[in-house]
Design a protein around this ligand. Structure first.
Ligand code: G3I
Length: 339
């Protein structure tokens, strides 16, 4: 029996290839992960709601440590996701203990301690952090926002400086770690402008920012050439930062209804393979500016899209429900070897 080909090997020397994983996947046998990927990120295990649910200064690193230790023992690099996010956050950070909101300086001190503790705990093991996730919403009219900023608790209590503070605290805790701002829809011009403004602002203040994470949750209806995203990656590279594709998936949904596995026709899967190839080809063209590409999950069965916005069918990843490689996987192996 021949060994299946490896994505990480096919793309060796171009950029790292990886996936978001959940604890069970390494604890009950990480063979496929080890074989296919040279970088991982925890899908949920390193968010504040997972690490510090019990209260200030009360951490449970057990699950995250097991994943990180497993990865490093298998020569797989680890991204950290995510230090500051409005979702899967912890209420104690903003609580004044009397049913109201704590003062700004109290919240800043708690944020400092949280970031120092968490980044410090993983210092030397997690090489890159999504320091802040999804702070800008200029293209989402339905979302509560102030001048394009998401009106999160961090924004409301601290103000826009919460980003600079978070990056500063992360740098203090691990001066070697690469620090990223991560967001979805980074191909939208208004969001891109806000990201460029953030980079310039941090650079002017002397606060390190090393990369931008492009979540890249797409549907197969997404334009195939990814031209706009490519230009944005170039712009970011010109400011001296690297780019990671951090949460890639390509949903089968477009204008057609996909409601069961029967709808995942060979034609649709071939189109999905083409979209994956187009994105990877763009990243290969910009290999000096793109240093990692990670999918958001491994097998279709475990994708967040199966739960969002409600329980439904989708098949957005590279491996099917039985962990068998899909046409998109085969296309990426071929493309990587040719690149
Ligand atoms: O852990 C609890 C479990 O104890 C409980 O029994 C169960 C009941 O619903 O919920 C479990 O928590 C769920 C968690 O995933 C772990 O499975 C949460 O309800 C669920 O909301 C959470 O969803 C995650 C989501 O972030 C949270 O907003 C998804 O798995 C995860 O894929 C998704 O990831 C985000 C990125 O972090 C940021 N970018 C967008 C991306 C997709 O939304």
């Amino acid at each position: 029996q021949t060994q299946p080909e490896s994505l990480a090997q096919a793309w060796q020397g171009i950029f790292k290839v990886g996936a978001a994983i959940s604890p069970g996947q390494v604890m009950y046998g990480g063979t496929l992960i080890e074989q296919q990927f040279n970088i991982i990120v925890a899908e949920n295990a390193m968010k504040a709601g997972s690490l510090a649910r019990a209260g200030e200064g009360q951490y449970d690193f057990t699950t995250a440590d097991a994943m990180v230790d497993w990865a490093l023992a298998h020569k797989v690099a680890v991204r950290g996701h995510t230090l500051v996010w409005h979702n899967q956050s912890v209420d104690w950070m903003f609580d004044d203990g009397h049913g109201g909101t704590a003062k700004r300086e109290v919240v800043v001190a708690r944020l400092r301690k949280y970031i120092h503790d968490v980044v410090g705990h993983f210092r030397g093991r997690v090489f890159a952090w999504d320091v802040v996730n999804e702070a800008f919403v200029p293209d989402e009219p339905g979302t509560e926002q102030v001048k394009g900023w998401r009106s999160s608790a961090f924004y409301q209590v601290i103000g826009p400086e919460f980003i600079a503070l978070a990056f500063q605290f992360a740098h203090e805790a691990d001066p070697q770690a690469l620090l990223f701002y991560n967001d979805y829809s980074t191909e939208h011009p208004a969001k891109h402008q806000m990201i460029l403004a953030l980079i310039r602002d941090l650079q002017a203040k002397g606060i390190p920012i090393h990369g931008i994470g492009h979540q890249s949750h797409y549907t197969i209806a997404q334009p195939a050439d990814f031209k706009v995203l490519e230009q944005h990656i170039v712009d970011i590279g010109k400011l001296g930062l690297t780019n990671h594709i951090t949460e890639l998936d390509i949903s089968l949904h477009r204008d057609i209804k996909v409601s069961s596995a029967d709808d995942a026709t060979p034609e649709l899967l071939a189109l999905q393979a083409q979209r994956y190839s187009d994105l990877f080809a763009m990243c290969a063209r910009q290999r000096d500016k793109v240093s990692a590409v990670l999918t958001w999950g491994i097998s279709d069965a475990g994708s967040w899209l199966r739960q969002w916005p409600q329980a439904r069918f989708d098949a957005p990843l590279l491996f099917d429900d039985d962990m068998e490689p899909k046409p998109a996987f085969d296309a990426l192996i071929k493309l990587g070897k040719a690149s």
